[in-house]
Design a protein around this ligand. Structure first.
Ligand code: NAP
Ligand code: ZN
Ligand code: ZN
Length: 347
C-alpha cells in the first residue's frame, strides 16, 4: 500500500483538515500520478456537507486533478512516467452496458464509480479524491493533458470544463443560436468560453452586478442582471438554449419564459432542494427542460485536445491547501474568479 497525504471532511460539519490514508499499489492496468493541482468544485461543498444526502466519510474531495505520471503497470500502453495527465469525476464503470459502450460512462447503467464519495467497484473500500498528493487510477479513466495548457488552469477542465462542454455539444449549440449561461462561477465561466468558441451569441445571467465586465471578457455578448425584472422581461421568448449552472435554489420558471418555441433549458447545477416547475412554463412553447451529468471519457479527451488547440483554459485563483475552508466560504458568497485551484505542493 502507498502511504498518502490528503485533506478530508470527517463528517458533514467538520472543516476540511489533514488526513493520512493509503492508496493501492498500481496493478497491471493502473497509472500512479503525483498530483500537482486540484480544482475546487461546488460539488465538493455539497458532498462534504452532505447537502444531497448519503455522503460517505471520511471524505477526501477533489475531482479536477492534474498531475504527472510516476509509475505505470505492465499492461499500460497509453502513458509513461513523466507524462502530464488528468483525472476527472469518474474512476471506474461497468464497461459493458450500452452507455459505457458508447463512451458515456457517467450514465453507466449500473452506476459509475466516482473519484470520491463512492465505493470501489467491488464495494470493499472508499475512494479518496484529489485533495491529496497522489492517486492510482486505471488507464481507461486517465486523460492526456497537453503541456501547452498551464497545469493550474487545466485542472478545472476535468469537471467544470466537461460538464459544460458535453451539453453544449450534445444539443449542438453553434452559430445562429442565442445561448444563455446562468450563474458565473466555475461551470458558468467555462460555459461562456465554450459557447462563444462554438460561435453562438452568448448571454450571461448573473446575480452579481460586479461580474459584468469579466463576463464580457470571457466571451459574453450581453450580460443580464437576473435580479432586475425589467432586464429579464425584455429577454422573453428569445433564447434557443439556456445552460443553468446555479448551485443554490432559484426559480426555473423565470428562465423557461425566456426560451423560444422548441427551446431547451439544460440543468447542470444541482441545488439541494427540488425545483417547482409549472406545466404552463413548458406547454405554451413546446419547451424542453433537460439535464446533463459531467461527460464520458472520450468526450473529455476531445474537450482537452480542443482546449489545447484553441488556447482555452480556466481563469483560476491558485490557493494553498490551508485556505480550502476559506475558499468554500467565498464560493458560497459567489466570490470566486472563477475557480479556486489548490497548489498541491503546499500539502
Ligand atoms: P460555483 O463556482 O460556486 O458557481 C455557482 C454560481 O451560481 C455562483 O457563482 C453564482 O453566480 C450563482 N449563484 C449562487 N447562488 C445563487 C443564488 N442563490 N441564486 C442565483 N444564482 C446563484 O459553483 P460550480 O462549481 O460552478 O457548480 C455549480 C453547480 O453545478 C453546483 O450545484 C455543482 O454541484 C453542480 N455541478 C454539476 C455537475 C453535473 O455533472 N451536472 C458537475 C459539476 C458541478 P453569479 O454570481 O453569477 O450569480
Ligand atoms: Zn465537479
Ligand atoms: Zn456501464
Amino acid at each position: 500500500m502507498l502511504p498518502t497525504k490528503g485533506y478530508a471532511a470527517q463528517n458533514a460539519t467538520s472543516p476540511i483538515a489533514p488526513f493520512s490514508f493509503e492508496r493501492r499499489e498500481p496493478g497491471d492496468h493502473d497509472v500512479l500520478l503525483t498530483i500537482s493541482h486540484c480544482g475546487v468544485c461546488h460539488t465538493d461543498i455539497h458532498m462534504s456537507r452532505d447537502e444531497w444526502g448519503g455522503s460517505l466519510y471520511p471524505m477526501v474531495p477533489g475531482h479536477e486533478i492534474i498531475g504527472t505520471v510516476q509509475k505505470v503497470g505492465s499492461a499500460v500502453t497509453k502513458f509513461a512516467p513523466g507524462d502530464r495527465v488528468g483525472v476527472g469525476c469518474i474512476v471506474d464503470s461497468c464497461r459493458s452496458c450500452s452507455s459505457c459502450g458508447e463512451g458515456l460512462e457517467s450514465y453507466c447503467e449500473s452506476g459509475c464509480t466516482w473519484t470520491y464519495n463512492s465505493k470501489t467497484r467491488d464495494g470493499s473500500a472508499l475512494n479518496f479524491g484529489g485533495y491529496s498528493n497522489q492517486i492510482v487510477v486505471e488507464e481507461r479513466f486517465v486523460l492526456k493533458v497537453s503541456d501547452k495548457i498551464d497545469p493550474a488552469a487545466a485542472a478545472p477542465l476535468l469537471c467544470a470544463g466537461i460538464t459544460t462542454w458535453s451539453p453544449l455539444r450534445h444539443w449542438k449549440v453553434g452559430p445562429g443560436h442565442k445561448v444563455g449561461i446562468v450563474g458565473l462561477g466555475g461551470l458558468g465561466h467555462m460555459g461562456i468560453k465554450f459557447a462563444h468558441s462554438f460561435g453562438a451569441h452568448v448571454v450571461c445571467f448573473t446575480t452579481s452586478a460586479g461580474k459584468t465586465e469579466d463576463a464580457k471578457r470571457l466571451g459574453a455578448d450581453e450580460v443580464i442582471l437576473s435580479t432586475n425584472p425589467e432586464e429579464m422581461a425584455k429577454a422573453t421568448g428569445t433564447f434557443d438554449f439556456i445552460l443553468d449552472t446555479v448551485s443554490a435554489n432559484h426559480d426555473l420558471n423565470a428562465y423557461l419564459a425566456l426560451l423560444k418555441r422548441d427551446g431547451t433549458m439544460c440543468l447542470v447545477g444541482v441545488p439541494s432542494e427540488a425545483a417547482a416547475v409549472h406545466a404552463f412554463s413548458l406547454v405554451g412553447g413546446r419547451k424542453r427542460l433537460v439535464g446533463s451529468l459531467v461527460g464520458g471519457l472520450p468526450e473529455t479527451q476531445e474537450m482537452l485536445d480542443y482546449c489545447a488547440e484553441h488556447g482555452i483554459a480556466s481563469d483560476v485563483e491558485v490557493i494553498p491547501i490551508s485556505k480550502i475552508n476559506e475558499a468554500y466560504e467565498r464560493m458560497l458568497k459567489s466570490d470566486v474568479k472563477y475557480r479556486f485551484v489548490i497548489d498541491m505542493a503546499t500539502l
